[in-house]
Design a protein around this ligand. Structure first.
Ligand code: 5BU
Length: 364
């Protein structure tokens, strides 16, 4: 079959499956690249079109199963392999955010929902009376016994030396058995270098915040793209450090907090930048071992629900987060811990997120 323009939306592969080869005069990505180079400005393509096109380009993170991504992560030496394995085993791409303020209740809630979740996210500084050693030891024991990964949502963002010291203490306390911490990109590469310095606690990883779920926040499309570039540069330096044999090295960024990989890709395409940089960012984004976490998720509440809505948060359903925005793991707080039966709510979210994931990976 001969066509003028290959929109790169999957027709080539679909035809190939029926033994028909597609020949095109040009492809959509080439047309976009030329237009961008000539104008050095973003091409106005509707977001849904961008997402459709980039979904194809981002195959590694949009159609590979978590099982395949576990194998890939192990092959490239990423500590994410363990989390992909847990997700596969528990059939769960759910992260519960336990934002309770009483230590006992935090531990009880975790025990109640642990079999449904792959990750437990905490804000240690919302817990009344602080977190003592007994609590942190109990928390890490739960993480090991009940097979989940701990995520400390500290949103770090200081110079390298400070973030290295912060990571050391996290590794000695809250993340003594490993886990992840969130960080902002505001201070540049230094924060990642401090957090991912492998000379201490190499099993403590970092998620970089690329987008936030609060309405009208300051993380513009340009910021998202620049933050992603910060991670890309860090990873290139980390790769070079490990092969140089100088005895100093950094681990790769574990993943990101955003609406999802497709939403980030759309922001990259909408931002001003040279075509070569855009292509490099999209390729980096498609790495199968990277994790894409997404907050701001709730199932629709019944009409009879009278609870106040939160004007500082925006919510969408698990299916929209996973299939439209391209999230791997949804983060759910009040949708679970504020419910009368948190274990039943966690199961509802686990199922909704897992079904959405299965739909996502079934698209070729
Ligand atoms: P919720 O109860 O499901 O709205 O809780 C969401 C959690 O995710 C909460 O702990 C927030 O601090 C966290 N969060 C978020 O809501 N939005 C963001 O952009 C980031 C984190 Br980053």
């Amino acid at each position: 079959l001969v066509v003028f323009c290959d929109r790169e939306a999957g027709a080539r592969e679909a035809l190939q499956a029926q033994d028909v080869s597609l020949h095109s005069v040009c492809s959509l990505s080439k047309v976009l690249a030329v237009l961008q180079q000539q104008r050095n400005s973003p091409v106005p393509v509707p977001v849904h079109e961008m997402k459709k096109n980039t979904a194809h380009q981002l195959r590694g993170v949009t159609t590979l199963t978590f099982e395949d991504r576990a194998k890939h992560a192990a092959a490239v030496g990423s500590t994410n392999a363990r989390l992909f394995e847990i997700m596969t085993e528990k059939q769960s791409n759910l992260c519960v955010s336990v934002d309770l303020q009483d230590k006992e209740r935090v531990l009880e809630l975790i025990e109640a929902v642990a079999s449904k979740v792959a990750v437990v996210k905490l804000h240690l500084d919302v817990i009344r009376g602080g977190t003592n050693t007994d609590f942190l030891v109990a928390l890490n024991k739960l993480a090991q016994d009940l097979n989940f990964v701990l995520l400390i949502d500290r949103k770090l963002g200081d110079i390298g030396n400070t973030s290295r010291l912060q990571k050391q203490v996290l590794g000695e306390t809250a993340l003594s058995t490993g886990g992840l911490v969130t960080a902002h990109a505001l201070a540049g590469q230094g924060t990642l270098e401090g957090l991912l310095d492998i000379s201490t606690h190499p099993d403590v990883g970092a998620l970089l915040i690329l987008q936030m779920s609060s309405p009208v926040n300051l993380l513009s499309k340009g910021y998202t793209s620049a933050a992603l570039e910060t991670a890309m540069r860090h990873d290139a330096k980390a790769t070079a450090s490990l092969s140089s044999g100088e005895g100093h090295g950094w681990a790769q960024v574990n993943g990101f907090i955003s609406k999802g990989v497709l939403s980030v890709a759309a922001n990259v395409l909408e931002s001003t930048g040279a075509a070569s940089k855009t292509a490099a960012l999209l390729e980096y984004l498609s790495a199968a071992e990277k994790l894409h976490f997404s907050p701001g998720v709730q199932l629709p509440t019944p009409h009879t629900d009278t609870r106040p809505t939160d004007p500082t948060q925006t919510y969408r359903t698990p299916n929209i987060a996973i299939n439209d925005d391209g999230a791997d793991i949804i983060i759910v707080g009040r949708g679970i811990y504020s419910q009368a039966d948190p274990a039943a709510a966690a199961e509802q979210y686990r199922l909704a997120a897992w079904e959405a994931y299965k739909t996502k990976v079934s698209h070729e």
